[in-house]
Every structure is written in C-alpha cells, then in structure tokens.
Design a protein around this ligand. Sequence first.
Ligand code: ADP
Length: 428
Amino acid sequence: MNESIHGERTASEQQDRMTELIEQQMAISEVLRAIASSPYDLQPIFDVILDSATRLCRADAGTLRLSDESGFRLVAVRADPLWVSQLRSSFSVLENGSFRSRFAASRLPTHIPDLTAVEGDRRDDFWIAAMNAGFRTGLVVPLLKENEIIGTIILGRKQVQPFTDKQISLFGDFAAQATIALESTRRERQYREAQMALAHANRIATIGQLTAAITHEVRQPITAAVTYALAARHWLSEEPPDFGEVSEALAGIIREGNRASEVVGRIRALIKNAPPRKDAVSINDAILEVVALTRTEAANNGVSVRRQLAEGLPPVRGDRVQLQQVMLNLIVNALQSMSGVDDGNRELYISTVSMESEGVCVAVRDTGHGLSPESLSRLFEPFYTTKPEGMGMGLSICRSIIEAHGGRVWAIPCEPRGALLQFTIPAT
Ligand code: ADP
C-alpha cells in the first residue's frame, strides 16, 4: 500500500519535473524566437525574457535591469497594469551603488521568502522599495557574463509564498541561457552598428574622392541650359520671332534642369545613412547610375568603359543604395589601379549575367596593375591597403554588404594584367 502511494508520488513527481523542464525549454525557445524575429530591436527580447521568467516561476511581477555606466537601468517590467507604475517609481531607488554591491558580493540568486519577517538593519533601501512596491516574497537573480553582473531579474509575489528550490534552480538555468542569448544579440548588434558607421564613413570618403567628377557632372547640364536660354533669346529677337525654335530651346532647358537635379538626387541618396532596405532592385539600372556618376572620373584617367548588362535579369532583393556603394567602391578601385599603369589600354569592363541558382552575378574587370599574391589573399581584410591615402575598408565593407544580402564576392587576377572582382546577389 505504502509502496504504491510512494510509487504514485514518484510518478507524479517525475511528471511535474518533466512539465517544468518542458516549460523551461519552451521559455528559452521563446527568447530565441524573439531574437530571430527582432534583429534590430532589443526591447521585444527583454520583454519576452521577463515574461517567460515570471511565468516559469509563477510570480506576480518581475523587473529586468541591465547594468550600464549609471547603474542598473530598468529595461522591462511585468505586472498587472496598476502595479507597473508603482514598480517603476518604487524601484527607481535601485539606481545606486549599494544595490550593485549587495548582489555583486554573492553572484547567486537571493531568495527572500517572507519580506515581513526581515528584521533589523537588513531592512535596507531595497527592502523598503520592495515592501512599498507591494512585494511579500522576492527572488533576485543576477545575470552573469564571465562572472561579471550585467543585469538582474527580480521576481516578486504579493503574498508570502516562498519560491521552491526547484523553481529557483530552474529559473537560474533559464537566466543563464537567456543571458547568453541576450549577450550574443547585443554583441552582434554592436558589430552591425560599427559596420554601418564604417560603411557610412567609407561612403563619404568615396564621395569625397568623386567630388571633382560630381562638380563636373552638375556643371555640364547647367552650362547646356544656359546655352539653350541664350538660343531662345536669340530666336525671340528675330523678326518675326521663331516660336518653334524658342519652344525647342525651352524643352532643352527643362531636360538639362532635370538632369542636374537627378545627379544631385543620386548623390544625396548615396550620402544619406538610411537603414538597409529589402526592395526589388533592378541591378542593371542601379549599376548604370553609378557608371554615370563615375564617367568623368574615368574619362579624366583615360579609361574607356565597356558594359555588357544582360537583358531580362530578375530583380534582386536588397538595398539599392548599399548595392550602389559596392559598385562605386569596385569601380573607384579599378580606376585607381589603372591610373598608375602607363603602357597598354586602360579598360574598365562591367557585366551582369543571370546565374541559375545564385541570382545575378556582377563582374568588374580592369586592366590595372593587378593583384599580388599577398593582395589576393588579404584584399577583403579590414584595413588592408596598398595605397598611401587608402583606408583599406572599401572591400571589407563590400563583402559585409554582399553577405548581408545573401551573396558572395571574390577576386581573380587577370592575364596579362588587371583584376576581376565578382559578386552574386540572390534574385527576389
Ligand atoms: P582602399 O581602396 O582604401 O585601399 P579597399 O578595401 O577598397 O581599400 O582595397 C584594399 C586593397 O585591395 C587596395 O589597397 C589594393 O591593394 C587592393 N585592390 C582593390 N581593388 C583592386 C583592383 N581592382 N586592382 C588591384 N588591386 C586592388
């Protein structure tokens, strides 16, 4: 009889344990799912972590704080709506050194089963805040990264109702896993932000190199418009005035004015630091715009530009401006590599082809000084440059942009001279 009761209890205990493990597993997969669906915003991830923690431990309320220079910043609160504002105000006092030192010492979960039973000098600021907030049972779990506290989760119950050892250990495991997930997302985001900042700086630098060419590009339509205006005045002063010619000259002025504003628009789009987009982009059109921007620079360097852009290419999915930045970098590199070559033709050859499995392949080939074995192996490394004024970031940024689009980029030395840079971008 006893045995059977004992047996039943064991089975139900096992069942409970199983349920807890499943709940823990589900909680962590929810965090991972939040991370996957919110690559740019951390707030939904904080919310899911706290939500899961409160549910896992059957707590009435919870707060998640992350450590920064000023202390422990409140990043998420979970409770019924009335309680949220109360928690926010009562717990603002936690932004001080004593809280940090209190938990820095133990690095272990701190369980306060009955806050009303706490006595004497243990009734500190934290206790007052917790009591004011309406907590009667509390659990504080530090979030640790390499033994350093990067945040805390505090769970509370309105009634005196201690957390069980199992809940505490389950929650400890969950907190450890959530911290790893959170930290890798934070690192990844910081890396992406740094890359974006560098990409922006690089874009400005490239634009700087092209300023002369751009000035020329804008001056041309303006000069042409003035010429048309002079012609219109001439036809108006004729006896009788030739309105047909005047109208044609006016059409010319409009055309040239539009051309100038298009050039300016293209430059503005390139300089703007907008977040990456996922549009359907016609790669050929995007390339043609960059070729137009670099035309004068090529002419000044005695480079002839040939293009072979395949017809009927599928649109690619991505950020038009970023893809143009890649093209701009490849073309500027090609022009620079040819500027030092005195013998032979200076030819820039740009082509696109459709690749069955990989979308579209773009190639930029030059007849410049080519790639040394060292260059070939280090070309895409950040800060690798052989130019006195170079930053060495162009190709590294090109690679991260292309890889972020799901494509790949590579370089091949050409015979008798020159380099071929190619990249693929998946089609929509
Ligand atoms: P930067 O242009 O500032 O040097 P990049 O990352 O764009 O930075 O290029 C890195 C290096 O790769 C260049 O300094 C150069 O040595 C080499 N390189 C890039 N493109 C070419 C090319 N078309 N031909 C020869 N060398 C090239």
